[in-house]
Design a protein around this ligand. Structure first.
Ligand SMILES: Cc1cc2nc3c(=O)[nH]c(=O)nc-3n(C[C@H](O)[C@H](O)[C@H](O)COP(=O)(O)O)c2cc1C
Length: 377
């Protein structure tokens, strides 16, 4: 389609993405009993109509107790499979790749949505039908003062949790997704195992870097074993912690190398979230502030990487790719503002057939309008 890298199709395992623009996972707090609703079909469907290459569903819980809120998405029950199938069929029919992010909130479970500042649920909420539940974690360390102390997973229970990732991966496959991303970032369960701030264990799942990585690596092996070879596996990291640097970029590079050896195809680099209510690091929020993390992972671990975080300008996105810093550009909030961002970006970058990113139902009319404009100039 174009000499612009952003719009150059890219091969990824057995898939071809029509461009390198990724809709980053975005929790909607609009699921019922874990299952997606009409909201999700419209929310995700419009990004396919708008021309994105890869569209990620929000963090989707591998167990019921792995949700953060009662409204969080899940894929912990077979009944969820046909509900997601409706969404994946629509995304694929409109030339985008349907991708799933699976995750486990661990000790960050049992809270309200962001507009309550993720306030932990209490007995008062129970009276409104929002019963609190206890989260799980490597150690009995709460992530904020007003949160419940989590249950410390025994080694046998760790095995059960890992098995739930396998089941979720199989359901994800049956639901028609082409990519899985394992959510290892933002202070959720995998990140809790990785970080010495949350992981105080003295057994094989704690202690040094190798011990703290064990949960992430075992779980990745289990998911990879059931996820077909021709379908890519992504892993999202918090490349650095927002709190005291307890998890460093060097650690992330080491983790990325181990993940690559276990068949992970792409590392998506976010940051922060181990302590406190919000999911982002305390790093200066300049445009593309996490690009250097994804760049280092790409070069030092020799694995494809995806940048995310305040990338909104087409020329900036293109430069990041042209500079060889990363392989994919993910965006979240900009897609909420403009679901047709790829079309606008293609036009801004001088891609002549930019309207072809839209479905015929729209493109035919808009091309006609362009012609009329040309004639009447
Ligand atoms: C509404 C909303 C929900 C989010 N939910 C998730 C999520 O489910 N999983 C995840 O890894 N990141 C989540 N994030 C973080 C985004 O994927 C992204 O990393 C972050 O917003 C920075 O990118 P941006 O500047 O393009 O918005 C969410 C962000 C927003 C705005």
């Amino acid at each position: 389609m174009s000499s612009r890298l952003l719009f150059t199709p890219i091969k990824l395992a057995g898939l071809n993405a029509r461009n390198r623009i990724v809709v980053s996972p975005m929790c909607q707090y609009s699921s019922h009993d874990g299952g997606p609703t009409d909201w999700h079909l419209v929310h995700l469907g419009k990004f396919a109509l708008g021309g994105a290459g890869i569209i990620f569903c929000e963090e989707t819980a591998v167990e019921s107790r792995a949700r953060k809120t009662h409204g969080c998405a899940g894929i912990y029950n077979d009944k969820h499979v046909p509900m997601y199938r409706r969404i994946t069929d629509f995304i694929r029919a409109n030339k985008s790749i349907p991708a799933m992010q699976i995750g486990h909130s661990g000790r960050k479970a049992s809270c309200g949505p962001p507009w309550t500042n993720f306030k932990p649920l209490t007995d008062a909420d129970a009276k409104l039908g929002l019963t609190p539940w206890q989260g799980v974690s490597p150690s009995t360390v709460a992530h904020r003062e007003d949160a419940q102390v989590p249950h410390e997973l025994s080694v046998a229970e760790i095995g059960e949790v890992i098995a739930s990732w396998r089941e979720a991966a199989l359901r994800t496959l049956n639901a028609g997704f082409d990519i899985i991303e394992i959510h290892g970032a933002h202070g959720y369960l995998i990140h809790q195992f990785l970080s010495p701030l949350a992981n105080k264990r003295t057994d094989a799942y704690g202690g040094d870097l190798q011990g703290r990585m064990r949960f992430a690596l075992e779980l990745t092996e289990v998911v990879r074993a059931v996820w077909p070879k021709d379908k890519p596996l992504w892993f999202r990291v918090s490349a650095v912690d927002g709190d005291g640097g307890a998890w460093s970029l060097d650690d992330t590079v080491q983790l990325a190398r181990e993940l690559k050896a276990r068949g992970v195809d792409v590392i998506a680099c976010s940051s922060g979230g181990i302590n406190g209510p919000l999911n982002m690091a305390i790093v200066p929020r300049v445009a593309g502030y996490q690009v250097p993390y994804a760049e280092r992972v790409r070069h030092e671990a020799g694995i494809m990487s995806c940048a995310v975080g305040l990338i909104t300008e087409p020329a900036h996105a293109e430069d990041i790719l042209q500079n060889g810093q990363v392989d994919f550009i993910a965006m979240a909030r900009e897609f909420l503002y403009n679901p047709n961002w790829p079309v606008h970006a293609a036009k801004a970058l001088g891609v002549t057939d930019y309207l072809d990113l839209l479905p015929d139902e729209y493109a035919w009319w808009l091309k006609r309008r362009e012609k009329i404009r040309e004639i009447s100039k």
